[in-house]
Ligand binder design. Structure first.
Ligand code: NAD
Length: 469
């Protein structure tokens, strides 16, 4: 059985303890992942601290070239990494699955490589000149979730490194192997200590985020963990980028052509079997359009091939883990018990954490499947009578990551978009993130943004040089 390792100061670290990782589609073992100790966390932070001054002193151009080489390594190993992601996380190789995830990793590496934050003159008159410089923060603790394990780790690692920080990354305990392999590969072009890993459960994440020598925390995960991390950061005063859960609403404007939007709605909701932070998690449809929208979504759902994602024919894979599988089942059962219309599509294999593609109609706000983040392939479709009610529903929860408006024309959609409380409001698309466009949550979905120039600024500290003329 293969044993995977963490990497500290450019070297593989033997762990005292391990956990076995299994393929969620087949139950097959993938190998042993390391479980770090608190001493390992300390060693990784020390290594990152030691490397940081040297790394910050490299030229901007040198760091750009290094990050560009990281993108090349990802490209050269893209099929190997995609297959590992499918076997560990479950998302299929095909469609918007693991090959798509690796291509996203490459794009989110190339774009920060090409961006820079030169000094900026913020004020000048006859007597003075003030210039804002962007210095690295120091050592970044990056804590990743299990849904898009490589892509989200890249979102955290690359801007941090690009700006002269060093990183200690902890992948999710559910999906450590593909991430550790990615880190091993990209370390070929990074100086020792620039990127280090520790692995294990929340306890190890807590040891890392509360470590006194951490200067910045990048966290993507649940709201509950986000709150713990805020408390932990009182130990080190590290600023935090907090990307938390979502419960994105999509509103279909009355009279919108259901067929024209159905493909976008479908993947907006079922991308990665719904295990995506910015997926459509509740769909609001006018009562006159309700039947057409359900019919159009059912047509697509009926044809979706479900199964082991290593088979290129499959577009829907398993849930990643038993906890999530049980949670989604529980929310659908709750809706069924409450008399909702549960429509299930597709033949699910007997083995593995597979669930059918599920549309749930005759449901309303206040039911668990609407109010709680399901993070799975079960979409509640809520009828509305007045657009104002749908807008109030969309804004009615504390989660506020994304939202979308679906309409025949921009004239109809844009005024509504401005009324929605969310980090991103998409029009006629959902979850359409881009490496140049800032992304982050409002309200309980977190604070701070990633991507683009704003994302780079978030891993720097401003330093002003103020000159008397
Ligand atoms: P989670 O909060 O359970 O775990 C995330 C990470 O935090 C894991 O690595 C875990 O080990 C670690 N962790 C747990 N306790 C910790 C502690 N006390 N201190 C430090 N680290 C700790 O989340 P999850 O179940 O892995 O991810 C799913 C959630 O993430 C969903 O709510 C989803 O919406 C959200 N998410 C948000 C975004 C975004 O960009 N906003 C993106 C993806 C996922």
């Amino acid at each position: 059985m293969q044993t995977f390792t963490n990497l500290v100061n450019g070297k593989a670290v033997e762990a005292a303890d391990h956990q076995e990782i299994f393929n969620p589609a087949t139950g097959d073992s993938l190998g042993l992942a390391p479980l770090s100790s608190e001493q390992d966390v300390n060693d990784a932070v020390i290594a990152a601290r030691k490397a940081q001054k040297m790394w910050a002193n490299t030229s901007d151009q040198e760091r750009q070239e290094t990050v560009t080489r990281v993108a090349e390594i990802l490209q050269d190993n893209s099929e190997y990494l995609a297959q590992l992601v499918t076997r560990e996380q479950g998302k299929p190789l095909a469609g918007p699955g693991s090959r798509f995830e690796i291509q996203a990793c490459i794009g989110w590496t190339q774009v920060p490589a090409a961006l820079s934050l030169p000094p900026e003159t913020v004020y000048e008159d006859e007597e003075r000149k003030d210039t804002l410089h962007r210095a690295p923060l120091g050592v970044v603790a990056a804590i990743a979730p299990w849904n898009w394990p490589l892509m989200i780790a890249i979102w955290q690692i690359i801007p941090a490194i690009r700006m002269g920080n060093t990183v200690v990354l902890k992948p999710s305990e559910y999906t450590p192997i593909a991430t550790l392999e990615m880190v091993r590969l990209i370390n070929q072009v990074l100086p020792p200590g620039v990127l280090n890993t520790v692995s294990g459960e929340g306890r190890i994440g807590a040891a890392l985020t509360s470590h006194p020598d951490i200067d910045k925390i990048m966290f993507t995960g649940s709201e509950a963990t986000g709150r713990r991390i805020i408390e932990a950061s009182s130990r080190n005063l590290a600023p935090i980028t907090l990307e938390l859960g979502g419960n994105d609403a999509a509103i279909v404007v009355p009279g919108t052509d259901a067929k024209a939007i159905s493909e976008g709605l479908f993947w907006g909701a079922f991308l990665n079997m719904g295990q995506t932070c910015a997926c459509i998690k509740r769909l609001y449809v006018h009562e006159n359009d309700y039947d057409q929208v359900i019919a159009a979504l059912s047509d697509i759902a009926r044809k979706m091939p479900i199964g082991d994602g290593m088979n290129d024919a499959n577009l829907i894979g398993p849930l990643q883990n038993e906890m999530q599988y049980k949670k989604v089942k529980e929310l659908v059962d709750d809706a069924r018990t409450n008399g909702c219309d549960v429509m299930e599509f597709g033949d699910t294999p007997e083995k593995g954490y597979f669930l059918p593609v599920t549309l749930v109609g005759n449901i309303s706000d206040g039911q668990r499947l609407v109010d709680e983040e399901q993070f799975g392939p079960a979409l509640p479709i809520v009828r509305y009578r007045n657009l104002d009610d749908a807008i109030a529903s969309a804004n009615g929860l504390s989660a506020a990551l994304g939202a979308s408006i679906w309409a025949n024309s921009l004239e109809e959609a844009e005024p509504i978009a401005l009324m929605l409380e969310a980090g991103t409001v998409w029009i006629n698309q959902h979850g359409a993130i881009h490496p140049m466009v800032p992304f982050g949550g409002n309200k309980a979905s977190g604070y701070g943004v990633e991507f683009g120039l704003e994302g780079l600024k978030a891993v720097t500290q401003p330093r002003v040089i103020s000159i008397k003329k």
